[in-house]
Design a binder for this molecule. Structure first.
Ligand SMILES: O=C(O)C(=O)C[C@]1(C(=O)O)C=C[C@@H](O)C=C1
Length: 109
């Protein structure tokens, strides 16, 4: 193991190689998640502006119902706990709705 590797992975020198390798994969996936979430929020902020301009409500429970059904089915196919997938979506959507409300408030709606 080189000092460059140690620095890049930010791991103590005594971490076993198999664990180090797994953690590199985890770090890559976490980075991808952050980038994907940033893109999603960039997009939903545009949705917030559209909704505020058209006087539409911040939340759309019917749309959310369809998203939950779709994501639960995808999760089952993928071997991910569908309850977790639903909770994760709900956590994100809750934040999106807060953003929509802020946008509507600042645009005088
Ligand atoms: O699709 C919308 O209408 C949105 O505002 C986006 C979104 C989401 O984040 O997916 C957020 C709030 C709504 O209740 C439903 C879905």
């Amino acid at each position: 193991m080189t000092s460059l590797t140690a620095h890049r992975s930010d791991e103590p020198a005594d971490v076993p190689e198999a664990l180090r390798t797994a953690r590199r994969t985890i770090d890559n996936i976490d980075a991808a998640l952050v980038h994907m979430l940033a893109e999603r929020f960039r997009c939903t902020k545009q949705v917030g502006v559209i909704k505020a301009d058209l006087g539409l409500p911040s939340s759309d429970p019917e749309r959310e119902r369809r998203q939950v059904a779709r994501l639960r089915a995808l999760a089952e196919e993928a071997g991910l706990d569908p309850v977790f997938a639903e909770k994760f979506l709900g956590f994100i959507v809750e934040e999106v709705i807060r953003h929509h409300e802020d946008i509507a408030a600042t645009r005088g709606d």
